[in-house]
Design a protein around this ligand. Structure first.
Ligand code: DP6
Length: 322
């Protein structure tokens, strides 16, 4: 009753921010992302007869009560779906900094879902795995399929899942992440989703999300970087405008984030294919093409306030390793 699974983090081009249903994690708007190759979580789940409670190790150290509780609640969803009564030992390992705007919850809950289901002998479709992963963390639904992925809102648990819109090989985009801080953020996305509606701008952001998603997909299908860049930056800016105007306000941008964003706009005007997007943290994801990735990595590394750079091409879906 033991299995190990691997899942990649993902970066959203059109963002998920705010839930229509908090309990089921039905998102207020659809989103689209690419998986990040090499930015991954590997998780082992062992269901055991002799355990009184679920246990969690993260990067070889016992996890705190809050993280363990969140994983136990997610295992409850898997237990309910598969009719399992056992508790589990969970051991998870990330190869990237946690809590710094690189979504560790996405890869973590995708890997946890696939490992837990596989360890229990369950045979579920990609769609159903995506629905279950969503209950743990919304963006985890998008780390189940590979390549470029859309998560549709849906009105029920079964309807809210992510699916591939284009395979990895469709377009050789690369995410060059400018790491500005690796510290834990004070307010995570979990709390943030709950306050999104306290911003007057959230309704407008949600109202235009489907249109932006369609523009983003069209640019993706046509590999039109100029149109892609315009809508990706607009969508990130809109989400941060909502964050900054929520109660309490959430400011994730740091001075160095603005330095990178400004440089990215300048480099694009010089002819490089690059645009930025930021999640719930100060790190700036600089999306570029394989052709321009070396140059962008060199330039981002040289900017003041950038601690280091992490580079990820388009990644595959969640898989069972054994
Ligand atoms: C800003 O999926 O991390 O990264 O469901 O509460 O775990 P929970 O939230 P999460 O939210 C992601 C928010 C975002 C945008 C995105 O990835 O779409």
């Amino acid at each position: 009753m033991k299995a190990t699974a691997q899942a990649h983090s993902n970066i959203a081009f059109i963002k998920y921010w705010g839930n229509a249903d908090e309990a089921l994690r039905l998102p207020a708007n659809p989103s689209i992302s690419m998986n990040l190759a090499g930015v991954e979580t590997v998780t082992t789940v062992e269901w055991r007869e002799d355990l009184g409670q679920d246990t969690l190790m993260i990067n070889d150290a016992p996890a705190d009560a809050k993280a363990t509780e969140r994983v136990a609640r997610h295992l409850d969803a898997v237990r309910a779906r598969l009719g399992v009564a056992l508790k589990a030992n969970v051991s998870s390992r990330n190869n990237f900094p946690m809590g710094a705007g690189i979504a560790s919850s996405a890869s973590s809950f995708a890997a946890l879902t696939v490992a837990a289901v596989s360890a229990a002998g369950g045979q579920l479709s990609e769609r159903e795995l995506s629905c279950i992963a969503r209950l743990g963390s919304g963006s985890a639904s998008r780390s189940i399929p590979g390549g470029y992925v859309e998560w549709q809102t849906g009105e029920t648990h079964e309807e809210s899942f992510a699916f591939q819109v284009a395979p990895e090989a469709h377009w050789d985009l690369v995410d060059v992440v400018a790491i500005i801080s690796t510290g834990h953020k004070e307010v995570g996305s979990r709390e943030g989703h709950g306050t999104a509606l306290s911003s007057d701008y959230q309704a407008a952001r949600v109202a235009g999300a489907t249109d932006r998603l369609e523009r983003c997909k069209a640019a993706l299908f046509e590999r039109d970087f100029g149109r892609f860049a315009a809508v990706v930056e607009q969508d990130s800016n809109m989400m941060h405008a909502v964050m900054m105007t929520s109660q309490p306000p959430l400011f994730y941008w740091q001075p160095a984030s603005l330095v990178v964003m400004d440089a990215v706009r300048r480099w694009r005007s010089e002819g490089l294919s690059v645009c930025y997007t930021l999640d719930a943290g100060p790190n700036v994801h600089c999306l570029t093409t394989a052709q321009d990735a070396d140059e962008i990595e060199r330039r981002v590394t040289a900017l003041s306030g950038v601690q280091r750079v992490l580079r990820a091409p388009v990644g595959g879906g969640a898989v069972v390793l054994g």
